[in-house]
Design a protein around this ligand. Structure first.
Ligand code: APR
Length: 230
């Protein structure tokens, strides 16, 4: 069965009402990364970091998958599909995708702040100061902060190297090492970059301009019908 890799960023959840980072009104225009998404910020003011993620987690829980997430899930009807996402929301899973790798972690999970192997499903929208892991340390969001190791990169490199088709959607491709994954796709693979605005297109990718909820369902419909998207 042909393998498709779908590489997504915040833009694929934009039309579900979740903020991106670098667009107008994006999160990094509102907050300083070093204050809310770095180990230094956590050590300086853990409650500000918890509040930042509590607010985003509440938005994630209120959001619904959109037609781009749903179209990506439909690809599993005919293909082996690996979704590699930089997003920490669970919209791909809720849309029905069964193989999702979160290279920047998952906001709906909590983690010990002294032992990253201690991960807990969150069954409530917030993590509060004073909520401790089994080793007695403060719980933190199970997300990857700047300066921390990205997750499952080896597996992601292998998936890209063995993909026959690649869709990259909703990412500015500015944060490494995740952004570097797209260069690992085979020359022979059919590769598309989808974005509403012009951006640097990785070598060998065809740029399809438009919103995720317009273009992704179009590509998926073509692929399921055995056609090339025009
Ligand atoms: N459809 C498709 N693409 C969209 C849409 C949309 N409706 N809206 C915005 N986009 C595109 C923007 O044009 C931009 O290229 O999504 C991209 C969002 O880029 P960023 O805000 O930089 O988000 P992302 O690429 O996911 O950021 C990567 O940076 O801060 C870290 O950990 C964070 O995972 C995140 C990483």
């Amino acid at each position: 069965m042909e393998k498709i890799v779908v590489f997504t960023g915040a833009g694929v959840s934009g039309e579900s009402g979740l903020k991106t980072f670098r667009d107008m009104g994006g999160l990094w225009h509102e907050y300083a990364i070093e204050d809310v998404a770095s180990p230094e910020g956590w050590n300086r003011n853990a409650s500000a970091v918890l509040a930042f993620y509590n607010e985003r987690r509440t938005s994630v829980l209120a959001a619904q998958p959109n037609s781009a997430h749903e179209a990506i899930a439909r690809l599993e009807l005919k293909f082996e599909v690996i979704v590699i996402t930089q997003n920490i929301d669970d919209l791909h899973e809720r849309a029905g995708s069964s193989n999702v790798i979160h290279v920047h972690g998952e906001i709906l999970k909590a983690r010990s702040s002294v032992d990253s192997s201690l991960v807990y499903e969150l069954n409530k929208p917030t993590i509060e100061l004073g909520e401790l892991c089994e080793k007695g340390s403060q719980l933190r969001p199970d997300v990857v902060w700047f300066g921390e190791n990205v997750q499952q990169m080896e597996a992601c490199l292998e998936h890209f190297a063995t993909a026959s088709r690649v869709i990259t959607v909703g990412t500015s491709l500015t944060v490494y090492p995740a952004a570097g994954l797209v260069k690992k796709a085979p020359f022979s693979a059919e590769k598309y970059l989808i974005s509403p605005e012009a951006q640097k297109v990785p070598y060998g990718f065809r740029f399809l301009r438009g919103q995720a909820t317009t273009v992704v369902p179009h590509v998926v419909t073509c692929w399921l019908a055995g056609r090339k998207p025009v």
